[in-house]
Design a binder for this molecule. Structure first.
Ligand code: V47
Length: 380
């Protein structure tokens, strides 16, 4: 039986959600209280998800590019990074990068997600050149690239302000910013898992400036390591506050910590129940962010399918060349075909919609599936 005070608080949360009222810190903590059964939280999140998106579930055809894994930082949760002289370290050349662009084009991708390490020796022009050459050769491919961690590094390398760095990358062909580098904003946790890299202030400065320049971006939260529910709710409220001011976030992606090959490998991976609760709480707290993504690579296919009934309306994409999660022990496949991802969505009782990075519906040429056009203007 649920203790009566928690049950009372949860009833109040239910009333607020049913009446379309905004939830606060206390409400967020109630939703994370293990005394509240997960299906109850899921039911509420599903109510909001259906209000916003009906039974539609989005996906895209995308690929990843991590041009280098060499990184000056040693984030404790990261299995992907390498030291400069470690045999595992790599730096991709222009030919390899363009070959990835060609492969993406030939497979009908609409998006390339580009992030990487902060290499001790590579100049800003190398990072900019990746965007410029891919955009020149494959202009229809949307380049979702660089987190505030890289942008802060470019600021250091160029001595330019963030605004000028972003404007310069936009001129080269940058299409939007991915949600990475957010981890947990609260310094009690951030200082323990990635003390040297861009802090919350820098992360928000970069996204705010990007939104002011007309770029859309995503946001994430890395959970299941050293944080407590309070830190998660605080994280969500900080994102909601910027979104109230700019409206530039498109989607929120809760990221479950994968401990293998990291400095935190003594921790256990979050359970599917924790994953689903995080999806649901995000849907309920982030009332001003249009989409919640169940990143199947990280959740596993089965949990991602169920997440479509716990607040998520997007599965990310078909994905190719994902390294960050696979280096950290993810056992998911490296790729899903369009037929498979659509079948998974239908099996979950939803209607699949292919989108581009900006959530516009995509129509494919039936004669040549590599060719596509946008069916409608940006809905968010
Ligand atoms: O910032 C790193 C996380 C993020 C681990 O914008 C880890 O559409 C778990 O941001 N276990 C990068 N997580 C990935 C990311 C992302 C993914 C999918 C879609 C989008 C989007 C963005 O991955 C990092 C960090 O928070 N991460 N190592 C790990 N061992």
């Amino acid at each position: 039986m649920i203790a009566s005070s928690v049950a009372r608080r949860f009833d109040q949360v239910c009333g607020k959600v049913e009446n379309g009222q905004r939830l606060d810190l206390e409400d967020g903590l109630t939703l994370y209280d293990p005394a509240i059964p997960l299906p109850e939280v899921g039911r509420l999140a599903d109510l909001v998800r259906r209000r916003m998106h009906g039974d539609v579930a989005y996906y895209n055809i995308n690929t990843h590019l991590n041009p280098t894994n060499v990184c000056i930082y040693r984030c404790r949760f990261c299995a992907f990074r390498s030291d400069l002289r470690d045999p595992k370290g790599y730096v991709m050349g222009e030919e390899q990068i363009l070959a990835r662009g060609r492969e993406a084009f030939e497979n009908g991708c609409t998006e390339m997600h580009i992030v990487g390490g902060l290499h001790h020796k590579m100049p800003y022009s190398w990072y900019r050149g990746i965007i410029e050459s891919l955009h020149r050769e494959y202009p229809s491919l949307h380049l979702k690239a660089w987190t505030p961690v890289e942008i802060g590094w470019f600021e250091f390398l160029t001595k330019w302000p963030v605004r000028r760095v972003l404007a310069d990358l936009m001129e080269a062909g940058l299409g939007s910013l991915p949600g990475g580098g957010a981890e947990i904003f609260h310094p009690e946790v951030r200082d323990q898992i990635c003390e040297h890299k861009a802090d919350a202030h820098k992360w928000f400065e970069v996204h705010r400036t990007a939104h002011e320049l007309g770029l859309r971006s995503n946001c994430t939260m890395l959970y299941g390591h050293l944080e407590q529910p309070y830190h998660r709710v605080d994280h969500l409220l900080r994102l909601r506050e910027l979104q109230d001011q700019t409206g530039g976030f498109q989607t929120f992606i809760p990221l479950a910590f994968h401990p293998d090959n990291t400095q935190l490998d003594h921790l256990r991976k979050p359970s599917a129940l924790e994953d689903l609760r995080n999806i649901a709480v995000a849907r309920l707290m982030l009332d001003n962010v249009a989409h919640i993504k169940a990143y199947w690579i990280m959740l596993g296919i089965e949990t991602a399918q169920i997440a479509l009934h716990y607040g998520a309306d997007d599965l990310d994409g078909t994905v190719r060349h994902e390294l960050i999660y696979h280096d950290a022990g993810a056992t998911t496949p490296e790729f899903l075909s369009v037929d498979r991802i659509e079948a998974l969505i239908r099996e979950a009782g939803c209607q699949p919609v292919e989108r581009d990075t900006l959530y516009r519906r995509i129509v494919r040429d039936p004669e040549d599936r590599r060719r596509w056009s946008v069916a409608e203007p940006t809905p968010v």
